[in-house]
Design a protein around this ligand. Structure first.
Ligand code: GAF
Length: 392
């Protein structure tokens, strides 16, 4: 059963009526362009086939009721909350994500009615594959629909606004200081493409990324080392970048080119230099990756992916043993390139591999985990899937 079917069925069981709408949104892997989004830079994600679906219908008492179907098939319920009582800090845990979206939409003057929401999905949680943003985007689209502004209707809000509202919910309600990468990926990616997103200009370009057509596969290695952006060093890195931009007298690190890097580093305190070096070189790697993909040279992006990992490991210092073991083992076994993806401190790595090598490389990663005494990772192959949308 698809997440949408599961959510609709669970909704019927819970509320004894059919949902008036079901919307779903995918998780993502970012091919390259990490920690560049909050520096006004460039990112290049693909949407995963894994999705979170939200079945929704209005209720008349001005409350938001949310239930989520666990992997165990059991429905977990949060206490229905009056919409008027929603405030940052009032909710914690998983229920803060849907509540935060309702709060953020209402903050934009959108007339979100009381609602019953039932959630189901298959995006692995805590795996750095953006399950929280998939959830938030699906909730945003479902609530906009109940508010009379469905994303496929004449009164639809621009998806770039929806992404920003989800960001407000994540930053101000949930308390994770994340950028715009994940919401934009979840809302805007398309099948068989990577999405080039220039965060400063808002410009989007769909870049063909059909690995199967050229005998390649993108292997995702979920390390099972859990991460969380509200608890990790994510905010500290972000503040470091903003401080460096202030010292350089620029709006954001996006304004430093590779050619200007040495000059910029020379005037910065030593502890900020590696952060700046990562962001500036990473933006440059995104542009080079897009150029290779535009030229149809999918395999040639491998060294750029690996250089990105080295930069995050050594300069940005957001990797961990599990990610490094995955990347090193995949490269040693013949991957064309490999890197951690997402915010870091755990989560997932990706490896670009020839299709005929996939099995062997997967086995090599598993063997290396065993040698290091680590919990076995979860492996799957990702093909770029569609972004968020209505299921019924
Ligand atoms: C997380 C954040 F949510 C994104 O905004 C982005 O900063 C990413 O980490 C790192 O590139 O996924």
């Amino acid at each position: 059963m698809s997440p949408a079917e599961s959510a609709a069925e669970a909704f019927g069981g819970e509320h004894g009526r059919a949902p008036s709408a079901v919307w779903s949104a995918p998780g993502r892997v970012n091919l390259i362009g990490e920690h560049t989004d909050y520096n006004d830079g460039f990112v290049l994600p693909i949407a995963l086939p894994h999705r979170i679906a939200v079945a929704a219908a209005p209720r008349t008492d001005g409350r938001l009721s949310v239930a989520t179907l666990g992997d165990d098939g059991v429905l977990h319920r949060a206490d229905p909350t009056p919409l008027d009582a929603l405030a940052p800090g009032a909710q914690t845990g998983w229920a803060a994500y849907p509540a935060g979206v309702a709060w953020a939409l209402r903050g934009q003057g959108i007339d979100v009615p009381g609602a019953d929401l039932v959630i189901a999905g298959d995006v692995p949680a805590g795996a750095g594959l953006s399950s929280s943003h998939a959830l938030e985007c699906a909730v945003a689209l479902a609530l906009l629909d109940l508010a009379g502004r469905p994303a496929d209707g004449p009164e639809a809000a621009p998806l770039s606004d929806v992404a920003r509202w989800v960001q407000i919910s994540e930053n101000d309600f949930v308390g994770a200081p994340t950028g715009l990468l994940d919401q934009t990926a979840s809302l805007r990616c398309t099948e068989s493409h990577a999405l080039f997103f220039d965060v400063r200009s808002g410009e989007l370009e769909q870049i063909p990324f059909d690995t199967g057509a050229v005998g390649l596969e993108l292997l995702v290695i979920d390390t099972r080392a859990k991460h969380s952006h509200s608890e990790s060093g994510y905010g500290e890195r972000r503040r470091g970048c903003e401080h460096a931009a202030d010292l350089l007298g620029i709006k954001a690190l996006r304004d430093v080119s590779v050619a200007e890097l040495d000059e910029a580093l020379a005037v910065l305190p030593e502890e900020l230099r590696p952060l700046v070096r990562h962001v500036v070189t990473e933006n440059d790697r995104v542009i080079s990756t897009v150029a290779e993909l535009d030229a149809g040279e999918l395999g040639s992006i491998g060294p750029l992916l690996t250089a990105s990992h080295v930069s995050m490991r050594d300069d940005y210092r957001i990797s961990c043993l599990e990610l490094d073991v995955a990347v090193d083992a995949a490269l040693e076994a013949g991957a064309l390139g490999a890197r951690m993806t997402g915010g870091g401190f755990g989560g997932s790595a990706i490896a670009l591999v020839r299709a005929q090598d996939r099995e062997r490389i997967g086995q090599a990663v598993l063997a290396s985990y065993e040698e290091h005494g680590l919990t076995p990772p979860r492996l799957f192959t990702a093909t770029p899937a569609a972004g968020a949308g209505r299921d019924r």
